[in-house]
Write a protein that binds this ligand. Structure first.
Ligand SMILES: Cc1cc2nc3c(=O)[nH]c(=O)nc-3n(C[C@H](O)[C@H](O)[C@H](O)COP(=O)(O)OP(=O)(O)OC[C@H]3O[C@@H](n4cnc5c(N)ncnc54)[C@H](O)[C@@H]3O)c2cc1C
Length: 308
């Protein structure tokens, strides 16, 4: 449990807005809404993807980049200036009735006129020891949009379990020519056309299935069949588990990838239910999470109207 979170929320609380999720999306929305003089309850299970970023170099305003944990702490510190009730807990159930929404966690619940989901998504990790250490070293990576710039001209691999790995490898080809696509089941799982595309791009794709992956000294070694290949960075493309279960339970539409479908104001198709950040349709980026939070918070503030 984080000592900085107020975990003493009474068992039932009423607020203008209940936010589930305290990553950059939820925290930014809470700051905006508090500054709009709205009452807010923020429930967070403290598993932000931000905490896994060793150093982000594409979030604007930080000349030398910023560690995800430092940014998270700064957002939490900023939020503590305002009377927002923060609860460290996993929300377990949500309900919707004509008066709004109720969110329940072990030992408590909160009601809100609006519900803002900022529950994010979780990367599906590769089966390898010491995943966190490999991430911290930049040897294992998840997000070419975030950090392909950092691996320009390096020896790079992509590890995938389906044809989407071809797209990710070709995306990375813009940054390096030394590229290997490791298919979990070997190159044979790809179609002739997909293999031709890789060949045209000069991307190697070993025939053998992947047997093991390990991190050593800032590099990753992939064992495939009887051979092994060492890479400076391995992008894992096994997909994301999008935390959209509450949206679905409330009847909101999700897309084929599992993201909550939202409009330009981050409203879902359930009245009063909003979604921002990695759980909502769009680019999975800190800047997008913060931007979506600003849009949703402003929309919710207008919707709630002026205080009499
Ligand atoms: C290794 C790595 C590197 C990355 N690098 C970059 C980068 O350089 N630049 C960039 O822009 N992006 C980067 N990203 C992506 C970035 O971290 C995410 O886009 C961003 O964190 C999304 O913010 P979010 O608030 O939507 O979700 P998150 O930060 O994941 O926060 C969601 C929060 O909701 C909580 N939650 C979920 N379900 C519940 C529940 N039922 N009850 C209570 N709380 C719940 C979680 O515990 C978590 O704290 C990277 C991601 C990873 C993993």
């Amino acid at each position: 449990m984080e000592a900085d979170h107020d975990n003493t929320a009474p068992t039932a609380t009423s607020a203008d807005v209940v936010i589930v999720g305290g990553g950059p999306a939820g925290l930014t929305a809470a700051i905006y809404l508090a500054r709009f003089r709205r009452s807010v309850v923020l429930i967070d299970a403290n598993q932000s993807r931000l905490s896994k970023i060793p150093q982000s170099h594409n979030y604007p305003g930080f000349v030398d980049g910023i560690a995800g944990s430092t940014l998270l702490e700064a957002l939490r510190t900023q939020l503590r200036q305002y009377p927002v009730r923060s609860v460290v807990a996993t929300a377990q159930r949500v309900q919707h009735d004509p008066d709004g929404f109720a969110v329940h966690w072990k030992g408590g619940s909160a009601r809100g006129k609006c519900l803002l989901l900022a529950t994010g998504a979780t990367d599906i990790p590769p089966a390898m020891p010491h995943v966190l250490e490999a991430l911290r070293a930049g040897a294992l990576r998840y997000c070419p949009v975030c950090d392909a710039y950092e691996v320009i001209d390096r020896a790079v691999g992509v590890y995938a379990d389906g044809a989407h790995g071809v797209g990710e490898a070709i995306y990375l080809r813009h940054f390096t020519a030394d590229l290997v696509l490791f298919m979990e089941g070997g190159a044979g799982v790809l179609s002739v056309e997909e293999r031709l595309r890789l060949g045209r791009a000069g991307i190697v794709c070993p025939e053998e299935p992947v047997r093991s992956i390990r991190h050593w000294n800032g590099q990753v070694t992939v064992v495939h069949g009887e051979r092994e290949t060492r890479r400076d960075a391995l992008y894992c493309a096994l997909g994301l588990d999008v935390h959209a279960q509450f949206a679905r339970a409330l009847g909101a539409t999700t897309d084929d990838s599992g993201y909550v479908v939202v409009d330009a104001h981050h409203a879902s198709d359930v009245d009063g239910l909003y979604a921002i950040g990695d759980v909502a349709q769009g680019l999975n980026q800190i800047a997008v999470a913060a931007g979506g939070a600003a849009i949703a918070a402003s929309t919710i503030h207008r919707r709630l109207g002026a205080q009499a």
